[in-house]
Design a protein around this ligand. Structure first.
Ligand SMILES: N[C@@H](CCC(=O)N[C@@H](CS)C(=O)NCC(=O)O)C(=O)O
Length: 252
């Protein structure tokens, strides 16, 4: 049994962390049994790379969604990309890297830099990381976290751009993703592959939270991406309970 350390479901998403949602989607697609634990205040010290998600597998804690998937792919002999040509595998990797290493930071802009959004998002974070702690105590800690993420954005480079430049960069990613999906049901054709798990997690984390932004408006206009999100949700999560009340531990 794999233990997945993730956030609790939020806004109808299995996780409001795209990396966590991607990994959970992949585990379900791979039909690997897992139990989910979403007690973030305990994860912080336990996380081997200081980030979520991480898993416990065969007595070891392992961090990073991509490295976890690669390790499970080998150890459990599961290849969701079976049948893809080496050129298709290359395209899949390039899109997955785009989403993880570039598009991801658009979420930073939406969640941490849009003033009204940050007020909403920091409450969600506080409930997770500092459950039961009075606002006067969690506020300085959450503001410190906000500064850390903004500093990560500066280090990455995206944080050096204006909002309109970030809009230009992130919407171009979604435009490319939409053009590549075109009218196919899944990115590589008739059945979902690893890229679908990643794209589903990122599209969902842009369009589902109640955090408005011109970037979100742009993605919502890309019908094929929104339909892909819905198709994946139904196919992989079906009728699963995805509300915060399904928080603590859920076994597949
Ligand atoms: N490369 C990592 C990225 C994970 C990641 O960025 N996790 C974020 C949440 S989406 C996190 O834990 N951030 C906390 C921090 O950076 O302090 C993976 O794919 O697992």
């Amino acid at each position: 049994m794999i233990t997945l350390y993730t956030t609790f479901p939020q806004w109808g998403l299995p996780s409001f962390s795209p990396a966590c949602m991607k990994l959970e989607t992949w585990l379900r697609m791979a039909k690997l049994p897992y139990q989910r634990v979403s007690q973030l205040h305990l994860h912080v010290e336990k996380a081997p790379k200081g980030k979520i998600p991480f898993i416990e597998y065969q007595g070891k804690l392992i961090g990073d969604s991509t490295l976890i998937i690669e390790m499970l792919r080998e150890k459990e002999e599961i290849d969701l990309d079976q049948g893809l040509t080496s050129s298709e595998r290359g395209i899949s990797l390039a899109f997955r890297r785009m989403l993880k290493e570039n598009t991801y930071w658009g979420l930073g802009e939406i969640r941490y830099n849009v003033a009204g959004n940050w007020q909403v998002y920091r409450e969600v974070l506080a409930g997770l990381i500092y459950p039961g702690v009075p606002a006067t105590e969690w506020q300085p800690l959450i503001e410190k976290l906000g500064r850390r993420i903004r500093s990560q954005m500066y280090g990455h480079g995206i944080g050096r751009h204006s909002s309109s430049e970030i809009y230009q960069i992130i919407t171009a990613d979604f435009q490319a993703l939409s053009a590549f999906l075109a009218d196919k049901p899944f990115f590589m054709g008739e059945r979902p592959t690893t890229l679908d798990a990643t794209a589903y997690a990122f599209i969902g984390n842009f369009i589902k939270p109640p955090l408005p932004s011109p970037i979100v408006d742009y993605v919502l206009q890309l019908d094929n991406l929104c339909q892909h999100y819905e198709r994946m949700r139904q196919e992989i999560f079906g009728a699963s309970e995805l509300s915060p009340s399904s928080n603590r531990v859920v076994c597949l």
